[in-house]
Design a protein. Structure first.
Length: 326
């Protein structure tokens, strides 16, 4: 005699026990009456008697609580419903659930109890949240890049009457911008460190000419791009006119994190020495405007440029929290 597995109590019990869905029987008043072994496992229930009889909607948080109350009422009226929401396990671990609620009918067609099947979709929810954050970050990054490109074009073309020279300068600045973006793509992340930015910009110079030291300070894409372009301008100026334009000059780049509000304050310094004598320029160049406007504005900080006879000195301070803002 063959056995219909769909009607075999042992088969049904085994299927319910192996399921990762939390399957429950709820009274018409919303009291929790039964939970499968699989449900107890995913809800981290050690002893069902501890929660048996509790009001099922009370297990849900915020909007999930209202949805659970509505689902119970709909089942009492003989209707199916479905909702998603947060509910912690009995041990307090936050989970996100996809829930189906259905009426259970008696032989005479009356609703006698309620069936609830909850599936843990926390991993899916976390993935969706992560993707939303990444899309937001990408949108901010694109807007920041476009604004910087527009600023680069306007500043370069406004100050250079020689179009061939302006073209070269503009392309070099675009290359610096592109190189800063590569740091994020290669690391597959939405932030990088000031150290990596400095190393990227100064990589063409020998260590005895350019020395850099400082702790790991994480920067958002916006702050990183502003720093990268600023350092590019400082390096270009040092090679053409400053400490790196002769055989003996040096550049010292240092930064530290000092006590301040919440996470502290970055103090950054670019110091040139051993180069040609420095004089205050008759007009501000692109680099000065980049520091005073773009960099300072992007990092919510302050900057000073000192044209000391012994060499250019640039000092920047900014709250660490501002450096991480997207």
């Amino acid at each position: 005699m063959s056995i219909n597995k769909n009607q075999d109590p042992k088969f049904i019990a085994a299927a319910l026990a192996s399921s990762d869905d939390c399957i429950k029987i709820i009274s018409l008043e919303g009291a929790l009456e039964y939970m499968t072994d699989g449900g107890r496992r995913v809800m981290e229930v050690d002893n069902f008697d501890d929660i048996k009889g509790c009001h099922w909607p009370d297990l849900w948080s915020d909007e999930g609580n209202l949805a659970a109350v509505d689902a119970v009422e709909a089942a009492r009226q003989g209707q199916n419903s479905r909702f998603t929401g947060f509910a912690p396990t009995i041990k307090g671990n936050r989970r996100f659930w996809d829930v189906k609620v259905s009426p259970i009918f008696s032989d005479d067609g009356r609703v006698e109890s309620i069936l609830s099947v909850s599936r843990d979709i926390t991993a899916i929810k976390n993935f969706e949240t992560e993707q939303e954050l990444l899309r937001s970050e990408l949108s901010h990054r694109i807007k920041n890049i476009l604004a910087l490109v527009q600023s680069l074009a306007n500043q370069t073309l406004r100050n250079d009457t020689d179009l061939p020279s302006a073209r070269v300068a503009f392309l070099e600045r675009l290359h610096a911008l592109s190189h800063a973006q590569d740091l994020f793509i290669k690391q597959n992340q939405v932030s990088t460190t000031l150290k990596l930015i400095v190393e990227s910009v100064t990589s063409t110079q020998s260590p005895d000419r350019v020395q850099a030291s400082g702790p790991d300070v994480y920067l958002s894409s916006k702050s990183s791009i502003a720093f990268a372009l600023t350092l590019h301008e400082l390096m270009t100026n040092a090679v053409k006119y400053g400490a790196l334009s002769n055989a003996g000059g040096q550049v010292h780049i240092t930064w530290s994190v000092e006590p301040g509000d919440t996470e502290g304050e970055l103090r950054f310094a670019w110091t040139e020495s051993g180069g040609p004598s420095v004089a205050v320029p008759s007009r501000k160049g692109f680099g000065s405007r980049m520091i005073e406007k773009a960099l300072v504005g992007y990092i919510n900080g302050q900057a000073s440029i000192t044209y000391a006879p012994t060499g250019l000195v640039v000092e920047v301070t900014a709250p660490i929290a501002a450096l991480r803002e997207i």
